[in-house]
Design a protein around this ligand. Structure first.
Ligand SMILES: [Fe+2]
Ligand SMILES: [Fe+2]
Length: 376
């Protein structure tokens, strides 16, 4: 797949018409499969900038995939962006390549933000056996020689981690600082486009990128509108995330465990209490039964008093509890339709003696589970 990556066209006061028109002719001769525009269509988010941009960029023969920049979000401008260029967040895919465009803008500020919802969306949309191209306006690492190194995404760290873990063969395309630049962070290739047609250009000339994606490789060329083409290089894509990052991610993510039985039984209440007594800070357990109960059982109360455990009131199982849980432990043989990550065949006690034996067994099983969740 051949991608032409343009950015910061800045229709309006900053716009250089002759550069844009010359670049469009060049791009049509290159015959890319798609043209990606990583934001800053206009300057003030006002209607005539988007209209003029649409009319000019319609001369591109390839499909245009555009996402907004901070300038487009000014003055409620995203509604006009959407009128001409579609949703601020969008995706397109072929057999080998997935392209995701995320909206990194915030209204009336130049700061960039991806946010947890868009990160979850990215994680769902990427494909393991594809090259995943993520387009955003703001940069996830500072770009040198821009005179303003601080202006990265507010949530750059979380976004880099999400990209590294989820984006198999990940490429990030961005703009914003009007400086072409490329670097690699862990296994993500970051490629910035300069400005195609703004007079605020911090390089010898306005420019765009030509990116060819092949089998596990990307070939990157920087094309200056009036000064010709520079071969930047060929990069091999790495299929797996670094093991160290996965370990850190596991240690910083929380784990919720759900103990379920058909009734609100002594077993699940005691398992929950042991888990919450012994687990590290990033883990928590809840328990629930199919049927509501007015109070915890006498045997559960007996064990709790004897061992200093804290019992919670009975809860009725609802679907959200299953959805929220990282691990569901089921205490009865027949789990029905319910997702069960583990089934513990521990019989409900009928006497205080049986309850004491059950508690010992539960302490062992719960601590094995904690260890398993902790080490992954
Ligand atoms: Fe810009
Ligand atoms: Fe920008």
């Amino acid at each position: 797949m051949k991608i032409v990556h343009i950015s910061d066209v800045h229709f309006g006061f900053e716009h250089l018409k002759d550069k844009a028109e010359k670049a469009i002719k060049q791009i049509n001769d290159i015959e890319p499969d798609i043209v990606l525009l990583t934001g800053d269509v206009g300057l003030w988010g006002i209607h005539h900038e988007f209209k003029e941009a649409y009319e000019t960029l319609s001369q591109l023969r390839a499909d245009l995939f555009a996402i907004p920049g901070n300038h487009d979000a000014r003055n409620d401008g995203l509604k006009y962006f959407e009128l001409y260029f579609g949703k601020p967040r969008k995706d397109v895919r072929t057999d080998d390549v997935v392209i995701l465009g995320v909206n990194s803008t915030l209204p009336d500020t130049d700061d960039g933000y991806i946010g947890p919802h868009q990160r979850e969306w990215m994680a769902k949309k990427v494909r393991k056996n594809c090259i995943n191209v993520i387009a955003m306006h703001h940069h996830i690492v500072p770009v040198p020689h821009t005179g303003r190194n601080m202006n990265v995404l507010i949530d750059a760290a979380e976004t880099v981690e999400a990209l590294t873990i989820h984006c198999h063969g990940g490429i990030v395309l961005a703009g914003h600082r009007h400086v072409p630049y490329s670097t690699k962070l862990l296994r993500t290739h970051i490629i910035h486009a300069g400005s195609l047609s703004s007079y605020k250009v911090l390089m010898p000339d306005n420019s765009y990128n030509i990116i060819e994606i092949g089998n596990d490789k990307i070939d990157l060329k920087l094309r200056f509108v009036d000064l010709g083409e520079i071969e930047i290089g060929t990069f091999t894509l790495k299929p797996e995330p670094p093991d160290s990052l996965l370990k850190y991610h596991r240690l910083t993510s929380t784990k919720k465990v759900l103990f379920v039985s058909s009734q609100n039984s002594c077993r699940t209440k005691i398992a929950e209490a042991i888990f919450n007594r012994d687990a590290p800070h990033n883990m928590h357990a809840v328990s629930a039964g199919f049927m509501p109960a007015s109070d915890v059982s006498d045997l559960a109360r007996f064990l709790a008093e004897r061992s200093g455990l804290k019992l919670t009131k009975p809860r009725k199982l609802v679907d959200e509890m299953i959805d929220d849980a990282d691990c569901v432990v089921f205490f009865d043989d027949d789990t029905g339709e319910i997702r069960a990550d583990e089934v513990w065949k521990i019989r409900a006690p009928e006497s205080e003696e049986e309850a004491i034996r059950m508690m010992k067994e539960l302490e062992k099983r719960v601590n094995e589970l904690i260890r398993k969740l902790f080490t992954g």
